[in-house]
Design a protein around this ligand. Structure first.
Ligand code: GLN
Length: 307
């Protein structure tokens, strides 16, 4: 019996353990709709290279993917415009919070990477490229739906509206970027599109399936070139958990991307794509229990990009 045959039991035991322990972290409260989510929830889904999808916990409950959407927006921009994005956004970890404005002044409006908010706003600006926000949003949604092989993936308009009402930091970032001439569209248009992409909802099953193309699984639809897939995974590893990226890499040895909705997309190149969700966050704004689950899964399976 291979270790993976024990995976269903392992995941069920993991879910039972975190539920019984009841230590959840704090839900994001700066977006009122997210503040209402019950932190005592957990789900994990693993899409394996052999086509199996194995889940435990509330794997059919939809949650707000928030910053995980930045990975898909980046994939769309790279496919559509190639490497020109890197003239406007860097590829270095920032070591600062996801919504920090600090480095932006020192570095003349060029965000450190596409996964901090400032970099994601520039990425969304590039994706808009004179089009209606609806078109850019459909492109991101279509990429996700094609990746998951599931059209039942949508935007929760109430979450987008909730963030629009209180997202003052993002408004500041967008205006600041515009002052450096690093937004072509109006801040309003970019922010509206960005808040909607962050408000995409998925279950962990859908997240795991949509991530198969990023993990390069054999049954994944061909949505990305090999080179792009590797580069996006490298950025997830170095920047995907903001100022907690080093800790996440140390604990899991795997590329991952978090969102303040409590989701984590974990990719195990050639082997698996994993969706994890638990809404309570740690001090870096990453899922507390989700990070722990990723670490325990990596230890159980022996998965690591470091061999
Ligand atoms: N929409 C959120 C924000 O911009 C996304 C942040 C996150 O998930 N880390 O603040």
């Amino acid at each position: 019996m291979t270790r993976l045959d024990d995976l269903p039991d392992f995941l069920n035991a993991l879910a039972a353990d975190v539920m019984s322990r009841g230590e959840w972290g704090k839900v994001a409260d700066y977006i009122p709709e997210l503040a209402r989510v019950d932190p005592a929830q957990f789900a994990i889904s693993v899409a394996l290279a052999d086509g199996r999808l194995i889940s435990a916990g509330q794997s059919r409950t939809r949650f707000s993917i928030q910053s995980i959407s930045k990975v898909y927006a980046l994939a769309c921009v790279l496919s559509r415009f190639g490497d020109s994005l890197w003239n406007r956004v860097g590829r270095e970890p920032s070591g600062d919070r996801f919504d920090s404005i600090l480095l932006l002044e020192q570095e003349h409006g060029r965000p450190r990477n596409p996964f901090i908010n400032a970099g994601a706003l520039v990425t969304t600006d590039v994706l808009l490229a004179g089009r209606a926000p609806k078109e850019a949003l459909s492109e991101i949604l279509q990429f996700i739906r094609d990746g998951a092989g599931d059209d039942d993936i949508h935007i929760d308009a109430s979450v987008a509206a909730s963030e629009k009402a209180t997202g003052f930091r993002n408004v500041a970032l967008a205006n600041y970027l515009r002052s450096f001439d690093n937004l072509r569209e109006t801040p309003d248009r970019v922010l509206g599109t960005y808040f909607h992409q962050c408000a995409i909802e998925m279950t962990t099953e859908q997240l795991a399936l949509s991530g198969r193309c990023l993990a390069g699984l054999p049954d994944a639809p061909m949505l990305l070139s090999e080179v792009r897939r590797r580069r996006i995974a490298a950025l997830m590893m170095t920047c995907g958990h903001y100022d907690g990226s080093g800790d996440f890499a140390f604990r899991t040895g795997l590329p991952g991307k978090s969102g303040v909705g409590g989701g984590i997309l974990l990719v195990v190149p050639g082997r698996a794509s994993v969706g994890i969700w638990s809404p309570g966050l740690n001090a870096w704004g990453n899922s507390m229990v989700g990070t722990e689950a990723a670490e325990r899964l990596a230890r159980f399976t022996g998965w690591s990009v470091f061999g």
